[in-house]
Design a protein around this ligand. Structure first.
Ligand SMILES: NC(=O)c1ccc[n+]([C@@H]2O[C@H](COP(=O)([O-])OP(=O)(O)OC[C@H]3O[C@@H](n4cnc5c(N)ncnc54)[C@H](O)[C@@H]3O)[C@@H](O)[C@H]2O)c1
Ligand SMILES: [Zn+2]
Length: 385
């Protein structure tokens, strides 16, 4: 079973189809044919060894079946691949293979592959069509939709990139059955984030999915009775994210309402600080976001935005997906100092995304949040069971 939705942006000519479901890898070629005014002659299949080893053959076969030649472009596994050096190798490979403006870039993998392939696609010949085939939960519900592409620089994460929308997103949920457990929990943390921003019904549906996850582990993605509900939840996340991105594609500085793209950074200020304080080594991004959600929800309660019941519910959903890695040995000051250097600082002021009730995000200037409260909040989340 698969479902799809069409995302339309206010700018003319930008719209694309997002499909989610089982067995879609074998239809990547057909999807490209259906949305391309000029059939690509060749496709750069950007992936890493691990994912390509698992799913490269089936995607290659589906492209070849519709007459598209494929050349694989394999990048190293992990965040370190989002570098200038690897970007250059990928761009060289596009040129060596004489990719034209009507050929295609297909990103097969998680957020790292998608982000890097997206930058490369936006730069080669000033832009070639690009397709996202996400194979991690995080990439399906978050990074593959919305059009942010990026690499890291010596100065920080995702500092270089472009806004570049894919021509289609094809998410085959059976690929999640080979995803390591920590990556699944990390992906679900972004789902909890979106649910908390969306409202109570989505939080409750996410809590239900966490029960299935506790029972079946990653087999839930193949389990008859629940896989359709999982597909629905993934689609609901995509719908939520695209609704925000459509109204504020470029994350405008001036936009501070509940439809601002900035609200998607809920849980990320503290999450990014944790990643930075641990040199991006100990925590998956989603795990850091999990801690960030606990932090932002607790801070919202301390500032009397969120009720105890709402805070308890969010805590339960986050912790319901499993234990997050221990962070109690990271010095409080190194986390809080990193908070103040977050990328989202505007005019020297950090902007906290908090909840004025579940489903009601607010943006609060750091001016109104004394460091003492941040220290208390950090202590509270790291000492509760
Ligand atoms: N562009 C955006 O809007 C956006 C949003 C959120 C995150 N991101 C970026 O996404 C990146 C994180 O993405 P991620 O969490 O997908 O990590 P990832 O791409 O590193 O993938 C996680 C690991 O899972 C492996 N893997 C992928 N699919 C697999 C599968 N089906 N089976 C087995 N193993 C598989 C990968 O090889 C990797 O080792 C970060 O760089 C982050 O900055 C971008
Ligand atoms: Zn994130």
């Amino acid at each position: 079973m698969s479902r799809s939705l069409i995302v339309k942006f206010p700018q003319p000519g930008i719209s694309y189809k997002i499909s989610v479901g089982r067995g879609l890898l074998s239809s990547v070629g057909d999807t490209i044919v259906s949305v391309s005014p000029n059939l690509p002659r060749k496709a750069a299949l950007v992936s890493n060894r691990r994912v390509f080893g698992l799913y490269g053959k089936i995607v290659t076969a589906s492209l070849k079946a519709v007459g598209i030649d494929v050349f694989p472009v394999l990048i190293p596994d992990g965040e370190k691949a989002k570098s200038f050096r690897v970007l250059q190798t990928v761009l060289n490979s596009f040129s060596e293979n004489k990719m034209s403006r009507t050929d295609a870039v297909v990103a097969l993998g998680g957020g790292v592959v998608g982000d890097l392939a997206g930058v490369a696609a936006s730069l080669h010949l000033r832009g070639v069509p690009y397709y996202q085939v996400p194979t991690t939960l995080l990439a399906m519900i978050d990074s593959s939709v919305g059009g942010k592409t990026g690499i890291n620089s010596p100065y920080g994460k995702n500092l270089i990139g472009s806004f570049y929308q894919p021509k289609a997103v094809i998410a085959d949920t059976t690929t999640l059955m080979t995803l390591p457990k920590r990556e699944i929990v990390a992906g679900f943390m972004e789902a909890v984030k979106q649910a908390a921003l969306s409202g109570l019904p989505m939080v409750e549906r996410t809590a239900k999915i966490s029960e299935h996850y506790r029972k079946f582990g990653r087999e839930m993605f193949g389990e008859n009775a629940i896989r359709d509900r999982t597909t629905d939840l993934i689609l609901e996340n995509i719908r939520f994210k695209t609704s925000i991105v459509r109204s504020d594609e470029r994350e405008s500085v001036a936009e501070t309402g509940s439809q601002s793209r900035k609200i998607l950074n809920f849980g990320h200020t503290y999450g990014h600080a944790l990643e930075k304080a641990t040199q991006y080594r100990n925590l998956k991004h989603g795990e850091a976001v999990g801690w960030g959600l606990l932090f932002a929800a607790t801070l919202s309660k301390k500032l009397e935005f969120l009720s105890s019941d709402e805070l308890n519910l969010l805590n339960d959903v986050v912790r319901g997906f499993g234990r997050l890695p221990d962070i109690s040995n990271i010095p409080t000051n190194s986390i809080l100092d990193s908070v103040l250097y977050d990328k989202k600082v505007i005019d020297g002021e950090i902007q906290w995304i908090l909840l004025n009730g579940i489903g009601k995000p607010v943006i609060v200037s750091g001016r109104h949040v004394p460091r003492k409260i941040l220290v208390q909040t950090h202590k509270q989340i790291t000492t509760s069971p």
